[in-house]
Ligand binder design. Structure first.
Ligand code: ADP
Ligand code: MG
Ligand code: MG
Ligand code: MG
Length: 391
C-alpha cells in the first residue's frame, strides 16, 4: 500500500490500508462495501464476520460529479473534515463520530461506523421520531459556537484557528450555490418549468436581493466561530436515543446563525412534506432554540474574565442576532434547495406532480418571507404562526 501518493481507494486497496494500519489482522477476512452516494467522496464500510469491528473510511475525490459534469475540487477538504470532527469532539464527543485516523496525503478519515443509526432526512421522511434531535443539535451548536469564538478563545488562538479552517474552495460553493445563483438566471439552477413564473418574479425583486446581498456579506465576512457549514438533515445520523453530526467538510469561521438556519430550513422542508407532522417539527425547532439559548447563556454566565459579558443587554443582543440571521439563512437555503443545483428529497420525492409544484411554491414563498421578515419574527411561536399564514 502506498502512503505517499494520493489515489482513490478501491474496496481491495481499502482493506489492505486498514490491515497495514492494524485495524484488522493480516489474515482476517474483511468485507468492504462502498456506500457513499458518489458525488464528492468515497465512503467505505468495512467489517469482519462474527466480530463487532466495523469501520468507515471516507476519502475525498479530486472532483465533484454534478449534473454529469466534473468540477475539480480540492482534496484539502478531507483534512478540514477530520480536524473539525476532532474540534467538535472536544466539546460534545457524544454528538460526533469518533475519528481514529486521518491522512492528509490520502485525503481520508477513518471513523466510527454509525450504520446502527439512520440519516435523519430519510428517517423523518419515513415518519420516524427523534425525541432528542432538537435538544442535541441545540447543545452541539451552543458549544461549538461559544467555545470556538472570541467568547471562548483568546484573540490569538481564535485567529490561528480561523486560519487553520480557512476553506476558500468549499466556501465558494456555498457563496455561489446558496447565495448567488438561485437569485439570478444562472446555468446551475434546476427547477420544473411550472415554477418559472414564480422564479422570474424572485429574480426581479430588488428588495429581496438586497437582503440576500446582506446575508451573503455576513457569510463572507463574519468569522464568528467554527461552523459546520453544511448542517442539513442529511448530515445528521439519528435514532430515538442518539444524534451524531457528520460531514463537516464545509467547516470554516463563519456567522453564528448559519448552521442553525440550515437546520431549521431542512426541518421546514420536512414539515411541508408531512403536514400532519407539523407540530412535531416545530417542537424540534423549539427544542433546538431553547436548548441552544440556555446552554449558550450558561456558558456566557460562567465566564468571569471578559467584562463585556456582564454588560446589560449584550447577551440578549447576541441571541437576537443569531436568531434573526438564522432565519435569513434559512430563507436562502429554502430557495436554493427548491430551484438551485442541489435539491432535497423531502420535496423532490413528492410523487404527485401538482402537489409537488404547489409545495415548492410554498417553500419559495416561505423562503422569501423569511429573508424579508427576519427582524419581525421574534421567536419560534412567531415563526410557526408565520408558517401557517404562508401555507
Ligand atoms: P458526502 O460529503 O459525500 O455527502 P457524507 O459524509 O455525508 O459524505 O457520507 C455519505 C453517506 O455515507 C452518508 O449519507 C451515510 O450513508 C454514509 N456514511 C458516512 N459516514 C458514515 C459513518 N460514520 N457511518 C456509517 N455510514 C456513514
Ligand atoms: Mg452526499
Ligand atoms: Mg453529506
Ligand atoms: Mg459532504
Amino acid at each position: 500500500f502506498q502512503f505517499d501518493v494520493y489515489k482513490p481507494l478501491t474496496e481491495e486497496s481499502a482493506i489492505s490500508l486498514l490491515k497495514k494500519l492494524h485495524f484488522f489482522a493480516e489474515d482476517e477476512h474483511v468485507t468492504c462495501r462502498e456506500i457513499g452516494d458518489g458525488n464528492l467522496n468515497l465512503v467505505f464500510q468495512m467489517s469482519t464476520q462474527g466480530s463487532t469491528k466495523k469501520w468507515i473510511v471516507k476519502q475525498a475525490l479530486p472532483y465533484a460529479k454534478v449534473v454529469g459534469e466534473s468540477w475539480p475540487l480540492t482534496l484539502k477538504r478531507a483534512k478540514i473534515e477530520s480536524e473539525a470532527l476532532l474540534q467538535f469532539a472536544k466539546f460534545t464527543p457524544h454528538l460526533v463520530p469518533e475519528v481514529l485516523y486521518s491522512n492528509e496525503t490520502l485525503a481520508l478519515t477513518i471513523m466510527e461506523d454509525l450504520s446502527h443509526l439512520s440519516i435523519a432526512r430519510t428517517g423523518l421522511i419515513k415518519g420516524d421520531s427523534y425525541p432528542n434531535l432538537g435538544k442535541d443539535i441545540g447543545t452541539f451548536l451552543a458549544h461549538i459556537l461559544f467555545k470556538t469564538s472570541d467568547l471562548g478563545l483568546s484573540p490569538t488562538e481564535k485567529k490561528e484557528k480561523a486560519q487553520q479552517f480557512s476553506n476558500p474552495e468549499l466556501c465558494k460553493i456555498t457563496e455561489d450555490l446558496v447565495f448567488t445563483d438561485p437569485f439570478f438566471d444562472h446555468d446551475t439552477n434546476d427547477f420544473e418549468p411550472e415554477l418559472s413564473e414564480k422564479v422570474e418574479q424572485l429574480w426581479k425583486e430588488d428588495e429581496l436581493k438586497l437582503e440576500v446581498a446582506k446575508l451573503k456579506r455576513l457569510f463572507l465576512t463574519n468569522g464568528d466561530a467554527l461552523i459546520h457549514g453544511d448542517l442539513h438533515t442529511g448530515s445528521i445520523f439519528a435514532s430515538e436515543h442518539e444524534t451524531k453530526i457528520i460531514d463537516p467538510e464545509f467547516a470554516f469561521y463563519g456567522p453564528f446563525g448559519f448552521d442553525l438556519g440550515h437546520f431549521i430550513a431542512n426541518l421546514l422542508f420536512n414539515a411541508l412534506r408531512r403536514p400532519p407532522a407539523q407540530t412535531e417539527l416545530f417542537g424540534f425547532i423549539h427544542d433546538t432554540w431553547e436548548t441552544f439559548s440556555s446552554v449558550f447563556t450558561s456558558l456566557w454566565k460562567e465566564d468571569k474574565n471578559n467584562p463585556f459579558l456582564q454588560v446589560n443587554g449584550y447577551l440578549d443582543y447576541t441571541l437576537r442576532t443569531v436568531w434573526q440571521d438564522a432565519l435569513g439563512f434559512a430563507g436562502c437555503e429554502m430557495i436554493r434547495r427548491t430551484i438551485g443545483l442541489a435539491h432535497v428529497a423531502d420535496l423532490d420525492t413528492i410523487e404527485e406532480s401538482e402537489l409537488r409544484i404547489r409545495t415548492k411554491e410554498i417553500a419559495l414563498d416561505i423562503g422569501r418571507s423569511l429573508i424579508l421578515n427576519r427582524v419581525e419574527i421574534k421567536n419560534v411561536q412567531d415563526l410557526h404562526e408565520f408558517y401557517i399564514e404562508n401555507n
